[in-house]
Design a protein around this ligand. Structure first.
Ligand code: FE
Length: 303
């Protein structure tokens, strides 16, 4: 599906969520030495249920990404890769092959098991993007694996007042359905660019957990007229509050920001189920984790 840019009236959020906590994440490496910033890790899985992990990667140095992510397994959740710059090749045990290019999204449901690789398809230049892990409900953890490559032109784009541009990756915004809809966790995934002087508002259902990450610029979260607002700078992830009176989030570009703000906004419905993780396996109990390890060792995980 392709949706051409359009202008629609913004819905009203009467009370914005606020920033509960900000963090910069932990520099680390994963795969075969890919350097990244882990913004969401195990200590936040309960607070940000159904989201299990968020990594941001971005480097001009090939040595930071050239090792890629050789063959590795997953079970029990979904991985969402947002490519912003650079090219990565995906291959998996189901037989899927895909090329992730700038602006594309890969939505992979590991379900009962998949083995895949994600390798850079470039020797130099910049590579940047995100990987988000979305949990599956207990009833869905052993579902058949699925994989979807979403090309840049398949991601609906919203053009709002003030030149605000929203790529609606999952969920819906301002009446436009995103490229992906998922039951149960109902993830909202928006990549938003705000020019100086502009603002954006997004209704978020009560009880859903939400956070944002700022790639560039600076924003102020909270109704612009309210004396109580919170400033978020580039590189920061902000966990949004969950007070029942708040019906969404409002943010605007900080008045002293020199350029546009680039914001990834994520929200979803918590599963409220036990979380047991061992590396690339996320289940509900240690017994299920042990079964995943045994299945992998026997070569039966992705069969
Ligand atoms: Fe992976």
């Amino acid at each position: 599906m392709t949706t051409s840019p359009q202008t629609v009236p913004q819905p009203t959020v009467t009370q914005s969520r606020r920033v509960e906590r900000q963090l910069r994440g932990q520099p680390t490496s994963d795969g075969a030495g890919v350097r990244l910033t882990r913004l969401l890790a195990q200590p936040l899985q309960r607070r940000l249920d159904p989201f299990l992990m968020l990594d941001a990667f971005g480097s001009d140095a090939a040595s930071d990404y050239i090792g890629g992510f050789p063959d590795h397994p997953h079970r029990g959740f979904e991985t969402v890769t947002l490519m912003l710059e650079g090219r990565m090749r995906h291959r998996d045990s189901v037989g899927n092959v895909g090329l992730l290019e700038p602006g594309s999204v890969q939505w992979m449901t590991a379900g009962r098991g998949i083995i895949h690789s994600e390798m850079p398809e470039q020797q130099q230049g910049r590579m940047a993007g995100y990987q988000l892990w979305v949990n599956l409900a207990a009833k869905d953890k052993l579902c058949p694996p699925a994989y979807r490559d979403i090309e840049p032109q398949q991601v609906p784009v919203l053009e709002l007042a003030g030149g605000v541009r929203v790529r609606v990756i999952a969920g819906s915004s301002h009446g436009v359905d995103g490229a992906v809809q998922r039951p149960t966790t109902e993830p909202l995934l928006l990549d938003i660019t705000l020019p100086p002087g502009s603002s954006f508002e997004q209704p978020i259902p009560n009880g859903h957990n939400a956070f944002l990450h700022l790639r560039s610029g600076a924003v102020v979260v909270g109704a612009p007229a309210s004396p109580e607002t919170d400033r978020v700078e580039a590189g920061q992830m902000a966990i949004l509050t969950t007070e029942p009176a708040a019906d969404g989030v409002v943010f605007c570009v900080a008045t002293d920001a020199p350029g546009p703000a680039q914001v990834l906004l994520v929200a979803g419905r918590p599963l409220n189920e036990p979380i047991a993780q061992y590396g690339p396996f996320v289940m509900n109990s240690q017994a299920e984790i042990q079964q995943a390890v045994v299945d992998f060792q026997r070569g039966e995980l992705a069969r």
